[in-house]
Design a binder for this molecule. Sequence first.
Ligand SMILES: C[S@@+](CC[C@H](N)C(=O)[O-])C[C@H]1O[C@@H](n2cnc3c(N)ncnc32)[C@H](O)[C@@H]1O
Length: 214
Amino acid sequence: MADPLFSPQLRSYLDGLVPPRADEMAGMEARAAETKFPIIGPASGQFCYLIARLHGARTVFEMGSGFGYSTAWFARAVRDNGGGMVHHVVWDEELSREAREHLSALGLIDAVTFHVGEAIAALKQAEGPFDLIFNDIDKEGYPDALPVIERRLRPGGVLIVDNMLWHGRVFDEEDRDVSTEGVREVTRMVSESPGWTASIVPIRDGLLVARYDG
Ligand SMILES: C[S@@+](CC[C@H](N)C(=O)[O-])C[C@H]1O[C@@H](n2cnc3c(N)ncnc32)[C@H](O)[C@@H]1O
């Protein structure tokens, strides 16, 4: 039997429950599918939107934003929470330019600040504190990002981290790749720290949702 956790059937079922998106968002999803660009996808996007709404987030810092798909979900949440700012950070100039075009077409550009550069360095320089931080950078960077995130989240702030199941590679004890080890290490750090209250939600590739009380 195929692994039920990562079955295409489960994924398309959960994606299919998400209300239809604006044409621009649907175009971003199609572009990701064609080019195999790793966006969070509809079910995780909707879940991020939901968490941001439940939390009433008005200030969001996103690490590893790609061409702006996850940013669009957070920007919608911030707008629907009464307005605020989402920080889009990617180290690739071209992706940042593409993101500006998409967010502009979606009418969300005023809620987004764009940074081109390395995301942990950008967060160190950012003027927090933030209500919510979303981390989707290269996985070997996850452990180094956590202490910076702790300094920049407001008390009671929320962290969401993508790829916490890392396509099932975290279960494979033989897998000692730096990315897999990065995911395992940050999981240990969060679970062992009394400052964090966290769960991993197995939507798509696993989202860590955590509250920080310092
Ligand atoms: C997984 S993709 C992100 C997709 C985006 N979060 C979404 O769902 O639409 C990660 C993006 O961030 C970039 N990236 C990875 N590590 C980074 C880092 N440390 N600093 C800045 N950008 C990074 C990658 O090149 C890629 O474009």
